[in-house]
Design a protein around this ligand. Structure first.
Ligand SMILES: Cc1cc2nc3c(=O)[nH]c(=O)nc-3n(C[C@H](O)[C@H](O)[C@H](O)COP(=O)(O)O)c2cc1C
Length: 317
């Protein structure tokens, strides 16, 4: 039996696979399709303080290997979450993580203050990225100084560990990660979606009402992987890898690059059971390669480029 558990320091997960925020509802919606307790955990849809309707449709566009979404962070707000959802999640034997959003620093703090006292939440994931805002919108994750201030303010308030979730829409992701770590983030998760757009050539109009959206899915995996590697090389806190993961091999790439856990997003829309399949595939890989504990693989990327050449040559013959 392979030991799939991973230790984030502040939280032990039974396996390294979490379902990503916004692609897994509040968890309950997926209960008919898979046993939630087999997951390492899941992150619920982003919560602002009050309920929000999100953007008007159309707000989803399919691309050849991904999805552009401009949902606009539709959500039920903290009151309804505490009254109607959390009581049903509380007894589950898996990590329930709440994705926290805010229009302002004060709103992030208010959300955390409200949820702080409630039982059944393992950690907060701070969503400091905002890929859907129209031009001119300020987004904390785009600037190290703003990231530092926001994480510090939330950390001061929070009774629970803080996972800071980064936006990939920056030049130097490692710099933002370092600012979050310095401000006290207990872990870093990345990436959120890439700012994107699509045009209907017939009407000459944007396909999304919001014009811009966030690209996710297999198309972003190689870029997300590069960013996770850069961040894991820079910070000491645990890193959670996200971006286009749809197989056990994809997840293993992120672990080798230094992630201690991964989140599965868009793949849940293709196959609601994707996360459990990925867990099975990680286990099968470990068994095949005689690896007893999945933690043995974390950060074990071999960067000996001479060896890469040798293997390539060998495979050509
Ligand atoms: C429809 C949709 C809604 C999302 N909503 C949220 C959200 O509420 N909060 C958040 O932090 N990320 C949100 N995300 C981003 C995902 O959690 C994830 O970071 C991103 O999709 C990249 O992973 P993937 O390629 O596996 O989907 C959303 C993504 C999609 C596709």
């Amino acid at each position: 039996m392979v030991d799939l558990s991973v230790d984030l320091g502040f939280l032990k997960l039974k396996n390294p696979v979490l379902a990503a925020s916004g692609t897994f509802g509040y968890g309950l919606e997926f209960a008919p399709y898979l046993n939630l307790e087999k997951l390492g955990g899941f992150i619920v849809k982003g919560l602002y303080y009050g309920p929000r309707e999100g953007n008007p449709p159309p707000r989803l566009v399919e691309t050849p290997s991904g999805l552009i979404n401009a949902i606009g962070l539709q959500g039920i707000g903290v009151d309804a979450f505490a009254a109607k959802v959390l009581p049903k999640l509380k007894g589950l034997d898996t990590a329930v993580i709440v994705n926290v959003c805010g229009e302002t620093e004060e709103e992030y703090v208010r959300v955390v203050e409200f949820l702080n006292g409630l039982e059944g939440i393992a950690a907060f994931e701070l969503n400091i990225s905002c890929p859907n805002v129209r031009q001119g919108g300020a987004c904390p994750a785009l600037d190290p100084g703003t990231t530092f201030r926001l994480v510090k303010a939330v950390k001061r308030t929070s009774r629970l560990p803080i996972i800071t979730k980064l936006s990939p829409n920056v030049t130097s992701i490692a710099e933002i990660a370092a600012a979050a770590e310095e401000a006290g983030a207990d872990a870093i998760s990345l990436v959120n979606t890439f700012l994107a757009m699509a045009i209907d050539v017939g009407t000459r109009r944007p396909k999304l009402t919001n014009v811009f959206g966030g690209l996710s899915g297999p198309a972003i995996k190689p870029i997300a992987l590069r960013m996770v590697y850069q961040v894991a090389s820079r910070v000491k806190v645990p890193v959670i890898g996200i971006g286009g993961i749809s197989s056990g091999a994809d997840a293993l790439e992120f672990l080798l690059a230094g992630a201690r856990a991964v989140e599965v997003g868009t793949a849940n829309f293709v196959d609601p059971d994707a996360s459990l399949r990925i867990i099975r595939e990680i286990g099968e890989f470990c068994e095949l390669h005689g690896i007893q504990q999945v933690e043995e693989l974390i950060g074990k990327l071999d960067t000996n480029t001479n060896a890469i050449k040798k293997v390539t040559k060998y495979e050509r013959h």
